[in-house]
Ligand binder design. Structure first.
Ligand code: SAJ
Length: 418
């Protein structure tokens, strides 16, 4: 039995490695030749705890290999990106379409095709129709029901970056087969490594919506926390104390405010719900707007802090103000800078502030190109400065003594009023 995983990114590669670690032959397919070459050398192109170790082992043992072309397999798992496009944040299904076109020629009767990518409602049906158009010689479950040659399901990934290898095994899995037989085949496949429950959804559409709902639930709740932090700033209240107190209620669990929401899921997926029901999704849209506006609010705080510093130090000019920024990653204790509000804030400061900027980010070895200026340097520990801006609650910052000077703490780890 052979499994093919299409898309070897943050989800596809760990999933491919997990199946291979159970001694199943896996062929990973990716359009990027460099990614394919890296994996075939037993190396990884993404940072995820324990992934490097597993990939090295399964490539050496011959259970996992990567390729830029598709080949025949028993089951195909599609784990390609589903970004949004344009001002209306319409979902972009072009990667799913390309993946369908790539596997269609090698499909055989009896195959299972699973869409794992986080997808707007209706994407699995679209995929099934693309496959069916390309292969009129085979029957598909959306038309032929239980007698179809091909089985199709949507089984959305729901693992947390930083804990992927653990959560792949232990998380419950939502299985949205087009028919009960499709679901049964998918359950059988995932049971090779999933110890959590495989929960069968009544149809792929509700499985799609369930994944979007999970991330939107988090986004809306973070927006609530972010709005509270802005209200508390206005009322001169400590939002961290407030949340600690409110969370003593048995049915209240307010999340943590921050400089904005990053990553490639929570800031994207709610838009799929909004674009499918724009009139109805009022709260979800507003939450996205609240979270997206938070970096600008932090930038206003930085400008105000520079202003107050210059008021009490009248002999100094703005270009002499030494600014320390703590953290660039999109969340704590990772090196991932993609869609990071901290990076966005640092870039805006780099454009606006002429004085020295010290970026303290112990998880990266060099600054991204967008921050390579002569007045910016990278450090891995506490630095003397006039204004200290904390953007990410890395463990090492929690253990640090609070720096001297004006402190803007967007994560509440130095217990400042903000
Ligand atoms: N954040 C806050 N306050 C909080 C929690 C998070 O500001 O209280 C921010 C983080 O700093 C970060 C962003 O939200 O910028 C997202 O981080 P996250 O840890 O909440 O989530 P992700 O994007 O790493 O992973 C999410 C997870 N979804 C849920 O927890 C519902 C994960 O399980 C999904 O598989 C993943 O999205 C995905 O791939 O969709």
């Amino acid at each position: 039995k052979r499994i093919s995983v299409i898309g070897l990114g943050y989800i596809g590669l760990p999933t491919a490695a997990m199946f291979a670690s159970r001694k199943i032959e896996v062929v990973g397919v990716d359009v990027n030749q460099q990614t394919v070459d890296t994996i075939n050398r037993g190396k990884v192109h993404i940072v995820e705890p324990d992934l490097d170790m597993v990939v090295r082992a399964v490539v050496m043992e011959g259970y996992l290999r990567a390729s830029t072309t598709t080949e025949e397999a028993e089951a195909f798992l599609i784990a390609v990106p589903t970004p949004f496009k344009g001002e209306n944040h319409e979902p972009d299904l072009s990667y799913i379409k390309s993946a369908s076109q790539a596997i269609a020629p090698v499909l055989r009767s009896g195959n299972l095709v699973i869409l794992e990518s986080t997808s707007p409602v209706g994407a699995t049906k679209a995929m099934a129709d693309w496959l069916s158009e390309a292969r009129p010689d085979l029957s598909f479950p959306q038309n032929a029901g239980e007698n179809s040659d091909i089985r199709i399901a949507h089984c959305p990934e729901r693992v947390l970056p930083g804990k992927v290898m653990r959560e792949l095994i232990s998380n419950d899995r939502v299985i949205g087969g087009v028919t009960p037989a499709c679901s049964a085949r998918a359950v059988e496949l995932y049971k090779t490594f999933v110890t959590g429950c495989c929960v069968i959804a009544s149809c792929p559409r509700i499985a799609e919506m369930s994944k979007l709902t999970e991330n939107t639930f988090r986004d809306v709740n973070i927006a609530f926390a972010n709005e509270l932090s802005i209200i508390c700033d206005e009322l001169k209240l400590n939002v961290w104390e407030l949340i600690r107190l409110a969370n003593r209620h048995p049915r209240v669990n307010v999340l943590q405010p921050g400089p904005g929401v990053g990553g490639h899921c929570i800031a994207v997926d709610p838009w799929f719900i909004v674009s499918s029901a724009p009139e109805q999704a009022r709260l979800i849209r507003k939450a996205r707007e609240v979270n997206d506006a938070k970096p600008d609010w932090v930038l206003d705080k930085v400008r105000a802090a520079i202003g107050s510093y210059l008021m009490v130090n009248p002999g100094k000019s703005a270009s002499e103000v030494r600014l320390c920024i703590y953290g660039l990653a999109f969340k704590p204790d990772i090196d991932d800078l993609r869609e990071s509000p901290a990076l966005k804030i640092a870039e805006a400061i780099a454009c606006q502030h002429g004085g020295p900027i010290i970026i303290v980010e112990p998880n990266i070895g060099e600054l991204p190109d967008s921050l390579r200026c002569k007045n910016i340097c990278l450090s891995s520990s506490l630095e003397p400065g006039d204004i200290h801006l904390l953007l990410v609650d890395h463990k090492c910052f929690r253990e640090m003594i609070v720096p001297k000077g004006i402190v803007i703490d967007t994560r509440g780890i130095w217990e400042c009023i903000f």
